[in-house]
Design a protein around this ligand. Sequence first.
Ligand code: TXA
Ligand code: MG
Length: 346
Amino acid sequence: MTEVLRVDPDRPDAAAIARAAECLRSGGLVAFPTETVYGLGAHALDRAAIQRVFAAKERPANDPLIVHVGSVDEASPLVTAFPDAARTLAARYWPGPLTMVLRRSAQVPDEVTAGLDTVAIRVPSHAVARALLDASRVPIAAPSANLFSRPSPTIACHVLADLNGRIEMILDAGPTSVGLESTVVDLAGDVPTVLRPGAIDIGSLRELLPNIRMHRSTGGPSDAAMPSPGMLVKHYAPRTPVILHAGDRAAALRTMKQNAQQRIHAGETVAVLTYSEDVNEWRSSLPVRIVDVGSEADPPAVAARLYAALRECDELNASVILVRSMTTSHPLSNAIHDRLRRAAAS
Ligand code: TXA
Ligand code: MG
């Protein structure tokens, strides 16, 4: 059985944190909230604990984990060098939703990095994550706390739905605020490269590192050019197939409706993941199951609800989930589009 401990998101109870920290230190698996999504934590220097993370998630061993630490100082034993570019980004964005890939030291087990000579490191800002790092006094390896290829968890129920009975404990502090995973930046090569778009957009990073670029796999449809062995295109996906409709609002709605109509005619059940602005449009036209993901004019709200909404769509047992690209321009738009594209990849 997995134990769920409720904690205050801003001022977590010290006794609950102490129990979770003890559990981690002795090789247990503890899911905990970060500002992005819930992570599945394990003692990063304990090989057996790391192997249990992969088993619990059914995650392929070639998909490396992010190591969470409390500060730049705690990161330094894990890397061979902390380049100037990393110092610059850390000063501005740590603690926060930024992960940096750096050359790893011998301290980091191969199991964590999938045998790569680099390690991904992040200093989270969520008070519960920080309290857990403080109390455990070990680096915590934590992938998102979902089964491999399911949407990342943004509330404790999602963790329980995927991992109940497979992990010792969940620290439940309510919904996470960002809702999408951290931005991953590779600083181990010659040119700083964004491997995964996230809450911190490339425009903001470019103000500090003018030569930073986007990895080509984050724009294209194929997974031929994976930036790391684990960065599969199909990811973050519900079980029901997702079809993403591109284009401006009117054109996308038109093709979505045609698609829905044909499927309903053929006896299928259709779910639509809609922006609030489109809800009436659907209500008044076709017998589809509607899940409202939030206002298109409020991208942070859409990001925060996206994974929960995808899971809700899945529970409708529809034959397909239809969704359209967000047309608003916002620092989060790229990350949201990336996740929709991955959810829709087959
Ligand atoms: O927001 C987040 O980053 C959340 C919270 C829990 O911190 N964690 C998370 O972990 O999303 P995960 O394991 O679901 O995603 C980690 C990503 C993967 O795409 C992996 O391929 C990449 O980071 N990664 C990890 N180590 C890497 C490395 N050494 N080189 C390149 N990519 C790496
Ligand atoms: Mg993940």
